[in-house]
Design a protein around this ligand. Structure first.
Ligand code: FAD
Ligand code: SF4
Length: 390
């Protein structure tokens, strides 16, 4: 959203008394209320209302999908829903991030201490909640920087400066001790040293197809973490979701002349927003819908030939290969595997609360934040009960 469009978009809000937009936000941010403050010209107050509930407010404004607050917006019944996430990002940009307010330190006794493992949105949500309750936190992160999978969202959608500033606001205080470049191999070892432990490990295992030649593919995590080092003249991206879309668009933005997406199901089944579908077309990305890659064969000249089949959607709603549709497609110099990831089954001690993508119920930054905050609240409540019981 352009800054000059902001007043016009704010003016479209109907100020619905039932606040359906607030109810639809996983964090309970109230577009109704922050829009009212922004309409009156008080962007600082509007930004404070958002940041009170959302620890990564501009980040969420920039990357939230349209299926939460925006989907609930009543204005859609008249013409079109307000573009609430974009409004939120712009309001924070104009109003600025309010300083993080911490409750005063307790003057007696040892401060309560939590371990948070994983510095992605869920871990940061947990950390924020512990801070609000006056706790001290040790944050363990295996990478050199915080942000988790949100750091793979391409720069053109989520500028690093925005993410870095919002994370710094949360962790740069004397109640947080960062342990970067630190992999916790056995999380159960932390239980005895802390009053509460939250694990928010994300989804470390990339999904695979199990086809011949798969070892020739590049995982999307490797590509998106340093795309500037990966140049291609003809690339194939396997996958039809947001991650695959980010890979395809990033390749195009790096001037790759030919980018083809291989999508198992129909184009309308792709799990991306309508505006992203339009972006694929605008950038000339070829979407091979109802196509499955079955084999990847090195051509001996540094490139690859793909074997693929055409699918149909059967009566059970599944994609299945149509017999005798196998074809060969030659000349690719990069094949990115972009089917997403999962958290492999693991035994987690009951004393540890899990949060975010690893719990299998999230998939977005805002949901991971909400899940992390909820996990911290549960741990704080359990600690209070254990103290009462002596
Ligand atoms: C390419 C891409 C595009 C996306 N686009 C969007 C979007 O547009 N909108 C949106 O809302 N969401 C998007 N997402 C999803 C979003 O980023 C994730 O849902 C969110 O980051 C999940 O947060 P999390 O904290 O649960 O896990 P993660 O972000 O994965 O964080 C887990 C953290 O734990 C650390 N860790 C793991 N194991 C250990 C260990 N043993 N010890 C120490 N640290 C450990 C990891 O290094 C990581 O930093 C996208 C994701 C990707 C990959
Ligand atoms: S539902 Fe839409 S129109 Fe109604 S208060 Fe929320 S943002 Fe405004």
């Amino acid at each position: 959203m352009k800054s000059e469009d902001l007043p016009q978009e704010l003016a479209r809000c109907l100020g619905c008394r039932a606040k359906p937009c607030e109810k639809a936000c996983p964090l309970g941010v109230s577009p109704h209320d922050f829009i009212a403050a922004a309409k009156s010209g008080d962007y600082k107050a509007a930004a404070a209302l958002i940041a009170e509930r959302n620890p990564l407010p501009q980040t969420c404004g920039l990357v939230c999908p349209d299926r939460f607050c925006q989907k609930a917006c009543i204005r859609a019944r008249i013409d079109a829903a307000l573009e609430i996430p974009c409004l939120q990002a712009e309001v924070i940009r104009k109003g600025g991030l309010p300083p993080l307010e911490l409750p005063p330190a307790e003057d007696t006794g040892r401060p309560k201490k939590a371990a948070v493992i994983g510095g992605g949105p869920a871990g940061l949500g947990a950390l924020h909640e512990f801070l609000r309750h006056g706790w001290h936190i040790d944050l363990y992160e295996k990478n050199a920087s915080l942000g988790g999978a949100a750091r793979l969202i391409p720069e053109y959608r989520l500028p690093r400066a925005v993410l870095d500033a919002e994370i710094a606001r949360l962790v740069e205080n004397d109640r947080v001790t960062l342990h970067l470049n630190t992999t916790v191999n056995d999380i159960s070892t932390l239980v005895s040293g802390y009053d509460a432990v939250v694990a928010a490990l994300g989804e470390p295992a990339p999904r695979r197809l199990g086809i011949r030649g798969e070892e020739n593919t590049l995982p999307y995590t490797d590509f998106l973490s340093a795309p500037e080092y990966r140049k291609s003249r003809k690339a194939a991206v396997i996958g039809g979701g947001e991650v695959a879309m980010d890979c395809a668009l990033t390749l195009k933005k790096q001037s790759c002349p030919q980018v083809e997406m291989f999508v198992r199901r129909r184009r309308e089944d792709m799990r991306i927003m309508a505006r992203d579908q339009a972006a694929l077309d605008a950038h000339g990305i070829i979407v091979r819908a109802l196509s499955s890659v079955t084999e990847i064969i090195p051509d001996g000249k540094g490139g690859y030939t793909l074997h693929a089949v055409t699918n149909r959607i059967n009566d059970a709603g599944r994609a299945e290969a149509i017999p005798e549709t196998a074809c060969e497609l030659a000349g690719y110099d990069m094949i990115i595997m972009a089917l997403g990831s999962f958290f492999p089954p693991a035994e987690i001690p009951t004393a540890i609360a899990t949060a975010g993508d690893m719990s299998g119920t999230c998939g977005t930054v805002v949901q991971a934040l909400a899940s992390g905050m909820d996990a911290a609240r549960r741990q704080i409540a359990a600690f209070a009960v254990s103290k009462e019981e002596g």
